[in-house]
Write a protein that binds this ligand. Sequence first.
Ligand code: SF4
Length: 162
Amino acid sequence: MSIVVLARLMARTGRVAEPAPPRPELAPGVDPVLRGSLQVRHVDAGSCGGCEVELGAAFGPVYDAERYGARLVASPRHADALLVTGAVTHNMAEPLRMTYAATPGPKVVIACGDCALGLGPVCAGYGVAGTVADVVDVDVAVPGCPPRPEAVVAALRSVTGR
Ligand code: SF4
């Protein structure tokens, strides 16, 4: 596709992002150095995949979490925040602990979805070791099964303050 065709397509499509809702309250207890810009490592600790679909939407062009200063990164070494989904399975408890340890401080943990909070449909399963808070310190909780993209974005904004 030529640059001219691309420019025409962009002009015709216009803006697709949702208008920004009012800024949510700041999450208490978050180190102020994390405000403004937040690098986020996602950890699936035992999700069914539903939360990930909504996370994909939260970082997609419509909800566009990046415009509020939150960005997904590929390594905990590059992250300020862990965004954890799913009930923590026995197999994922130690990797989650290690991922937390590999994330440089100050850092924040966002437990995303009912399963991460111990409220989800699979929490009593034989393979589940516990909630995210049973394994690492949780700073922000996002309830819902799955949480809507707006709720995920609001949780991220409560940390970035944007
Ligand atoms: S909260 Fe719901 S959507 Fe998310 S992992 Fe649990 S069952 Fe799946």
